[in-house]
Write a protein that binds this ligand. Structure first.
Ligand code: AR6
Length: 179
């Protein structure tokens, strides 16, 4: 059985909707009915059936996660999580953001997902400072991995600045990341 030491961790500069992984994570809002940014891109690429399934989910609280099929996406599943809106850092944002990563991984494991890709949750419209968000993303995922058997985790960046931040975090982390 594979343990966390066998999980490949990648950082990729790409469009998450193009990735042929078992699950991609969506940085959604509480309604789960679509929006802009990566959420809009995922709904556009998955097709209208995704919205239909999302309507039946009755929304999602910040820090929690829900799963749907990927429909027209190369990914089999979409895990929808709701990141915190940045309000200065004293409103539980860090713990809520960490919960997004932990709950997404737990849900993925329940569905026997082996490969999963995360966008930089809360780093767009929700305004989370990228450096802090990347640290939470990497540290939370690395801390959670020992309890699962994932084969691959990908941190997807949509710009060079984020890519560089993930690389820097890689240098400081105990585990190697392929970037
Ligand atoms: N592939 C990978 N990353 C992407 C893509 C893509 N196709 N498109 C954008 N990003 P955001 P949030 C990056 O704003 O901050 C939505 O309207 C983007 O550059 O999508 O959690 C929801 O409905 C950024 O680094 O999510 C919510 O209302 C990161 O994804 C709200 O935005 C997240 O940016 C959620 O805001």
């Amino acid at each position: 059985m594979k343990n966390s030491l066998n999980t490949i961790i990648d950082v990729k500069l790409t469009d998450i909707t193009q990735l042929p992984v078992d699950a991609i994570v969506n940085a959604a809002n509480k309604s789960l009915l679509g929006g802009g940014g990566v959420d809009g891109a995922i709904h556009a690429a998955a097709g209208k059936q995704l919205l239909r399934e999302c309507r039946a989910l009755d929304g999602c609280e910040t820090g929690e996660a829900k799963i749907t099929s990927g429909y027209l996406l190369p990914a089999r599943y979409v895990i929808h999580t709701v990141g915190p809106v940045w309000r200065g850092g004293n409103h539980g944002e860090a713990e809520l953001l960490a919960s997004c990563y932990r709950n997404s991984l737990a849900l993925a494991a329940e569905y026997a997902v082996k490969s999963i890709a995360f966008p930089a949750i809360s780093c767009g419209v929700y305004g989370y400072p990228a450096g802090q968000a990347v640290r939470i993303a990497v540290d939370t995922v690395l801390a959670a991995l020992p309890q699962y058997q994932f084969e691959q985790v990908i941190f997807v960046c949509f710009n060079e600045t984020l890519l560089e931040l993930y690389r820097q975090r890689h240098c400081q982390s105990a585990r190697p990341i392929n970037a």
